[in-house]
Design a protein around this ligand. Structure first.
Ligand code: FRU
Length: 466
């Protein structure tokens, strides 16, 4: 389920990436190279449901306008191509030439009947990431495991490091290599409090805090049994000494990247410019992904986010902040700054274009704030609740479950990105994010803000994003 219903059929998400006519799940191999953002992704080149896993490919100059290319790495009779990452091998350490792009992917072989075997394998490109050759020496890392997958490789000092998972054992494994071919086990990360049937798609990278000290961030996708049920993505802030990741025990040093139901398998770009840490997640949930009504395409990515740290170690408070990557700019369509007691009608934009809705509220004595922007949000006491997503002709299990997130305090700012088929809410400059697919029927319903027990001071500004 993506897109809104237009006069002549489904309307594709306008600024979020969706494939032309195939299935999409995890982002893979995210890399910024030759002035282009490369998005590879899990795709089924032959259909609209999960299967025949291969790497699809799209590029963008700005993260908003995407061009789809030929399938980059295809399954063959011996293997499917599961998730992984991409590096630019400046020195040619792996033997594929200086500046080659090297994909490190999970080679998935077999079936549950005969036994599954997952190993890590390489494919390289010398044309800037458009065509790939599988390495004849594959696999490069074999633990004799059925559930060893999702390698994320990055440069650290003068060597390559890899984080991957033993998915069913719930272990993040860390390896090092000089040439991407021979890997040495460095350490393992476990967290029994995050036990789940599978851990998937890890990432590990440093961010600088407000005083310039490095804070390491471990990202981990958990499925099912995430925060809101089904799949979700966790983070841990901590230290990394080049061998072992140690999570911080500080309050707020771990949590979920998203409070909604549709943010999974999020990983970051290799070599993003200006030391930016840009991340893309799959905007869906394995609980119902395969049961959503089909379109001429299946699934979409969430809007890219930039990660940073607020606060510092020395002040004892550090928070992970996620802000939307720069959005396309369009004209303002509505603004209201003043006092409200009762109802405010907000002219809906999303039927014709993606939109950004910015709402700032000082609720004063109001007992209830009710905001309908495709989805309906209720802010009451210390909680923001997103009402059930009704409006689909069939109701995939779990899709219409309500979600809520703590929202104490008197004054908050919501930046809401609305596209055909989705609503993403960034609260208070990215301290909290909530991502939900939004059925077309709901997107078409009127937009409004209602205050009970006001008056309250509000600012509402909407603009088109194209
Ligand atoms: C996560 C995941 C990965 C795997 C891929 C297969 O959504 O299950 O662990 O590599 O999808 O498509």
């Amino acid at each position: 389920m993506q897109g809104g219903a237009g006069p002549s059929g489904p309307v594709r998400p306008a600024i979020h990436y969706s494939p032309a006519a195939t299935w999409l799940n995890d982002p893979n191999g995210l890399i910024f190279h030759n002035s282009l953002w490369h998005l590879y992704y899990q795709t089924n080149p032959r259909g609209l449901t999960w299967g025949n896993m291969s790497w699809g490919h799209a590029t963008s100059p700005d993260l908003a306008h995407w061009t789809e290319h030929e399938t980059a790495i295809s399954l063959d009779e011996s293997e499917e191509i599961f998730s992984g990452s991409m590096v630019c091998d400046e020195t040619g350490s792996a033997g594929f030439g200086a500046g080659a792009l090297v994909a490190i992917y999970t080679s998935h072989r077999g079936t549950p009947d005969v036994g599954v075997h997952q190993t890590q394998a390489l494919a390289w490109s010398t044309d800037g990431g458009f065509t790939f050759h599988k390495f004849a020496g594959n696999p490069v890392l074999d633990r004799d495991s059925a559930d060893f997958r999702d390698p994320k490789v990055f440069r650290h000092g003068d060597r390559w490091l890899m984080v991957a998972v033993e998915a069913v054992e719930n272990v993040v494994v860390l390896y090092a290599s000089d040439d991407l071919r021979e890997w040495e086990l460095l350490s393992e990360f476990r967290d029994p409090t995050a036990a789940a049937p599978t851990w998937e798609c890890p990432d590990l990278f440093p961010l600088l805090d407000a005083r310039g000290a490095a804070v390491w961030v471990l990202i981990l996708s958990v499925n099912p049994e995430a925060l809101t049920g089904g799949s979700g993505t966790r983070y841990y802030l901590g230290d990394f000494d080049g061998v072992t990741f140690t999570p911080s025990a500080d309050p707020g040093a771990q949590g979920w990247l998203d409070q909604g139901r549709d943010y999974y398998a999020a990983v970051s770009f290799f070599d993003a410019p200006d030391d930016r840490r840009v991340m893309i997640g799959w905007m869906n949930n394995w609980e119902y992904a395969n049961a959503l009504p089909s379109q001429p395409w299946a699934m979409q990515m969430a809007w890219p986010r930039e990660l940073s740290i607020a606060g510092s170690v020395s002040r004892g408070i550090r928070r992970l902040i996620q802000t939307p990557a720069p959005l396309p700019t369009g004209p303002e369509t509505f603004s209201f700054d003043g006092s409200l007691a009762g109802d405010l009608t907000i002219p809906a934009v999303a039927a014709t274009a993606p939109a950004l809705v910015e709402v700032e509220i000082e609720r004063g004595g109001a007992s209830l704030v009710h905001l309908a922007i495709g989805l309906t949000f209720i802010w009451e006491a210390d909680t923001l609740t997103v009402c059930p997503r009704i409006g689909l002709p069939e109701r995939p299990a779990g899709f219409d479950r309500a979600v809520s997130t703590p929202l104490p305090g008197d004054s908050h700012r919501l930046s809401i990105i609305v596209d055909h088929g989705s609503v993403e809410v960034f609260i208070d400059g990215g301290h909290t994010v909530l991502t939900q697919l939004c059925p077309p029927a709901l997107l078409a319903s009127p937009w409004a803000l209602r205050v009970t027990g006001g008056p309250v001071q509000i600012h509402v500004h909407t603009r088109r994003l194209v």
